[in-house]
Design a protein around this ligand. Structure first.
Ligand code: PMV
Length: 317
């Protein structure tokens, strides 16, 4: 029986996706821009089966979300047989790092290749969006720009060619997770914030400013824009009119304080955070090991991984 395997790496948005125009199609309210990381990825193998089944890291998993996604693919590509999907996640999901981006990108690539289709990356990106918005960007290596678009056909990501910028990202895993609020639920609540309109307005110019900063290899500007954007996103959660919340824990704040201290010591260090308490620190590659050592000294219990720009989707024969 033939099997098809694809690998996709996770990505971290420097300008975030935080709100949907259409929840069914995962159409975002704003465009977003990300960096794909070398350290974290998902490898997925698909083969024909008699029902859609999902195995993650060797364990049977609830296939409901994947089943919905496969049905969206069936509606678009034509009916295909149920699939047995085996995924190996090299993303520390238990520590709250999102694996849905790499998982749905790898699944889209493996499934379409399994069906004998050789689709352009932008089409794979558009299809992956139906599983998880951030998956649109995980098909591409390096930096990617997800154009919000106006409908299902026009909302997908593209690679963003940039000069060889010496960027590293330190991923700080914070333990003691609070109860998880899914990104979809978080977005729904955030959109009730009185500041939401301002967020959309700012994201629109930040996307352009971030591209200019990347072209100029201006890491300080990249970091400032990313941190401003991320903290504004988390401020929406705190100011939601309907069931306000936060992903921050006391340790998140400790790491944010340390990032500020590193900047005061003239290092390049800026924070970004997603739908969880973990902090990712943007820095210059030459400073990453030093910052890792500082974190280890001040917060020895936290695991810190240094990540760099990673590759786009790949296949195994
Ligand atoms: O793709 P989702 O539904 O998991 O949402 C991702 C949301 C953020 O990670 C917080 C931001 C982003 O653009 O990746």
């Amino acid at each position: 029986m033939t099997k098809t395997t694809a690998t996709a790496h996770t990505n971290i948005a420097l300008i975030k996706y935080w709100g949907k125009k259409d929840a069914q199609l995962n159409l975002p309210t704003t465009s977003s821009l990300s960096l794909t990381l070398d350290e974290f990825y998902t490898t997925t193998t698909v083969e024909n089966s008699n029902i859609d089944q999902l195995i993650i890291n060797g364990q049977m998993a609830d296939p409901t979300r994947v089943h919905h996604f496969l049905d969206a693919l069936r509606a678009e590509l034509g009916d295909f047989s149920p699939l047995l999907i085996s995924s190996q996640n090299y993303v520390p999901t238990a520590a709250g790092l999102a694996s849905s981006a790499s998982a749905f990108a790898a699944l889209t690539a493996a499934t379409t290749r399994h069906l004998g289709l050789d689709l352009p990356l932008t089409t794979l990106s558009r299809l992956a969006r139906r599983g998880s918005g951030s998956a649109t960007r995980s098909l591409f290596g390096g930096f990617a720009l997800w154009q919000a678009g106006t409908n299902d056909q026009t909302s997908y990501a593209n690679a963003l060619p940039t000069p060889n910028i010496p960027i590293s990202l330190l991923v700080v895993e914070i333990s003691g997770l609070q109860k998880k609020i899914s990104s979809s639920e978080g977005m729904l609540r955030a959109m009730t914030s009185p500041n939401y309109e301002q967020w959309v307005h700012d994201a629109n110019w930040q996307i352009t400013a971030m591209q200019a900063a990347l072209q100029a290899s201006d890491l300080t500007r990249v970091g400032q824009l990313a941190e401003d954007n991320a903290l504004a996103m988390h401020a929406l959660n705190l100011s939601a009119k309907d069931r306000r919340f936060t992903y921050f824990t006391p340790q998140t704040i400790q790491v944010l304080d340390l990032v500020k201290k590193l900047r005061q010591a003239c290092l390049i260090a800026y924070a970004t955070l997603d739908a969880g308490p973990n902090v990712k620190i943007i820095t210059h590659s030459d400073q990453a090991a030093y910052i890792q050592a500082q974190l280890h000294q001040e917060l020895p219990k936290l695991r810190v991984t240094i990540a760099h720009p990673g590759p786009g989707v790949s296949y195994e024969q």
